[in-house]
Each structure stands twice: as C-alpha cells, then as structure tokens.
Ligand binder design. Structure first.
Ligand SMILES: O=C(COP(=O)(O)O)[C@@H](O)[C@H](O)[C@H](O)COP(=O)(O)O
Ligand SMILES: [Mg+2]
Ligand SMILES: [Mg+2]
Ligand SMILES: [Mg+2]
Length: 365
C-alpha cells in the first residue's frame, strides 16, 4: 500500500515568549485535522509541538506536495493563529509569511518534510522535531545514522545495509543540490555537510533508491528577507530492515553537538534531546531542543506515538548538554558562542559601523 507521510509545521505564536505552545492552539489544530480525517482527506494524524512550533503529522494517499493537503495545513495554521491572537500569544502567526495560500506551503514560511512509501509489513518510523535551530542541524546525526559504522554497526554486519546509502544535499543559499554515494564518497560529502549553515541534507535513500529519511530544509530568513526566527526543522526517518535500527537512529543524540540557533538565532549551542513535555527552551531561549516521536504505520494509521527521548538512557546526554550550555554561555557576546558575523541573524553591525564611520582611520602600514 502506498502511503504519504507529511509533517508540516509552523510557529503560529509562542507561550510565554518563544518558549512553548499554548494548549488551545493545539486543540484548534486537532479540530481541523479531525475534520479532514472525517472527510477522508487524511488516513490519520497526530498533533504535537516542539517548543513554540506546532507540528502536524499526517498520513494520506495523495502523494507529496499535494495542493489539497498543503492548503488544509495552511488553513489550520491560519485558524490557530486566530487563537494565538485572541490570547495575545507572542509572535502570533510568526511563520506565516504570505497573506494567502498559493498552491504549495513551501516557500510560505511553514517547514515541510514528506515522503511517499510502499508501507512494509512492519513500518517503524521516527519523527525528529527541533526548536531554536536550523535545518543543517540534522547533518551530523543523519551522517552518523547512515554512514558511520562507529554509530551504526548494521553498516558493517547487516547484509541489507552493507552497500551504503545516497545523500541528497542542498545548498540552501544558492538553491541547488547534489547527491553523494556512501561509503565511497564520504570525504567529498563531509566537505559540504560539515558546513551546515549552507549545506543541508535533504534526503537519504538506499542505493536501490528507496527513501530512508527526509528533512525540511529551508532558510526562513532568506525567504522573508528579514529575521523571522530559525527554521526549527523536522526530519522523518524509517527504521529497521534495510534501514538503521531504531537504536542506531537515536544513538547520535547521545553525544550532544553544537548547532546554530539559541538566543535570537545568533548563537552556537548544544542540541538537547528531550521528551515532548520538556521541549520548552527557557534558558537564554534554549538550549536548542530535539524531540523524537516513534510510530508504527499500520495501513497508514499512526500507531503511537512513543516519546523516544523520554527514556532514561538519554539522561546523560541531557546532563552533558546542560554542561556544554554553561561552557558556551561563559563566552557571553564572544564567538564561538555568538555566531560569526555573516551568520548572525540579528546584527547591529551595519548601524554601529555607519555611526562610527568617520572615526575609523586608515592604519599606517
Ligand atoms: O530565536 C528566537 C525565537 O526563535 P523561534 O521563534 O523559535 O524561531 C528567540 O531567541 C527570539 O529571537 C528572542 O526571544 C527575541 O524575540 P523577539 O522579541 O525579537 O521576537
Ligand atoms: Mg517563536
Ligand atoms: Mg521555534
Ligand atoms: Mg522558528
């Protein structure tokens, strides 16, 4: 059976500030998606949040980039924004960058990750959602899951994974893409994905072309032409069989790594794996969070979720993230905590430079 899995998300308003989502907004989204399911537009759905981002997880049979599904998601966000406005939540409608829907929600502000699959006899999937960071944040874990034998032993000892995977990489600044085959091209691949502010892994497939993972890559700031918050990306990963095991997919998050985002989208900070309940970036608007919901698909029905990072085995990772957060915060306004100038989403540099222009004197050699 062919099933499309669509995860479409947007920040429609934060509670309090940018730290969480309001239950009434989630309830409004629930009402819309229940109606869509009743009408037969969706097979199933699950509403959740990651920090101040509202997440619509949906299954249907209309394929990816479907106008009907995208429009319904857009209308849901517009309706939830009305709730956010009534409650005077912070930044109501933050990610809705256009006034009216125009065929595809991509490029209009919301983030989208979608895949159409032939549902296997058993189809475990993990949906990762992050807040206070951007789409390049998936580069390191996707590399570890699908190309690093120190993380994924299946690459070495499971016959159906031994051929490796293909990585589709997008240049988010120049809007172009390239595909690398691993393991033979891992050094070339790493040249690019090691620079996650510019190159983001869009999807991973088996060498036979079967989709294994897909992310929402976009650059909100580039879309809007001004700072409108980070992309706060999502990523869908299929597990088991020809794909990494659930435990191999979650393993990269046991070693917290630094990502762009955090306060004002302008800092490097550790990404902390947390339960949905704990996706409440509060300290210095962070540190950045990642949640993971697991489902079994059953003829398109979403059996679940299981809140994968709620597990005790991620306690050490959380502690490490908090220690790393202390270390990074001790730098205050200095790099490498603060992002390099060209990556700063907010900067007073142009105004300050203008004001002080007359005071800069040429150096005598
Ligand atoms: O990065 C942030 C919000 O990102 P997000 O909405 O999650 O995409 C925050 O740190 C804000 O930038 C910060 O709270 C300042 O917010 P504004 O007052 O400029 O809205
Ligand atoms: Mg926000
Ligand atoms: Mg957010
Ligand atoms: Mg955002």
């Amino acid at each position: 059976m062919k099933v499309t899995l669509s995860v479409i998300k947007a920040d429609i308003g934060g509670f309090v500030g940018h730290s969480d989502s309001h239950p009434q907004c989630l309830a409004r989204a629930e009402k819309h998606l229940a109606e869509a399911k009743k009408k037969g537009m969706l097979i199933d759905y699950h509403i959740t949040k990651c920090g101040d981002d509202l997440q619509l997880i949906m299954t249907h049979q209309k394929g990816i980039n479907n106008k009907v599904i995208h429009e319904m998601a857009w209308d849901t966000f517009v309706s939830c924004t009305e709730v956010a406005k009534e409650l005077k939540l912070y930044g109501a409608g933050q990610d809705l960058l256009c006034d009216a829907f125009s065929g595809n929600v991509k490029g209009m502000g919301p983030g989208v990750a979608e895949m159409e699959i032939d549902e296997r006899p058993s189809e475990p999937i993990i949906i990762f959602m992050a807040d206070k960071t951007s789409s390049g944040a998936w580069n390191l874990p996707l590399y570890k899951m699908f190309a690093d034998p120190f993380n994924t032993i299946g690459l070495v000892i499971a016959e159906n994974m031994h051929d490796g995977f293909s990585f589709e990489v997008h240049d988010v600044k120049e809007s172009k893409g390239i595909t690398f085959n691993t393991p033979e091209e891992i050094y070339d691949l790493l040249v690019f994905i090691g620079a996650p502010s510019r190159f983001a892994i869009k999807s991973v497939s088996t060498r036979k072309g079967e989709i294994a993972a897909v992310s929402s890559t976009q650059k909100l700031a580039l879309l809007a032409g001004r700072y409108v918050g980070k992309d706060d990306p999502v990523c869908i990963v299929r597990a088991q069989g020809a794909f990494p095991a659930v435990g191999e997919i979650l393993e990269p998050f046991t070693q917290p790594y630094l990502v762009e985002g955090w306060m004002r989208g302008s800092h490097n900070g550790p990404i902390m794996p947390v339960s949905v309940e704990d996706s409440t970036p509060t300290r210095f608007d962070g540190p950045p969070r990642v949640t993971a919901l697991g489902f079994q698909l059953s003829n398109g029905m979403l059996i679940g979720p299981r809140d994968m990072f709620k597990d005790k085995s991620f306690d050490n990772a959380r502690q490490k993230s908090l220690d790393m957060a202390d270390m990074m915060r001790s730098h205050g306004p200095f790099e490498p905590h603060r992002l390099p100038l060209e990556e700063m989403e907010y900067t007073t540099m142009p105004q300050v430079s203008k004001k002080l222009a007359g005071r800069f004197k040429p150096l005598k050699d």
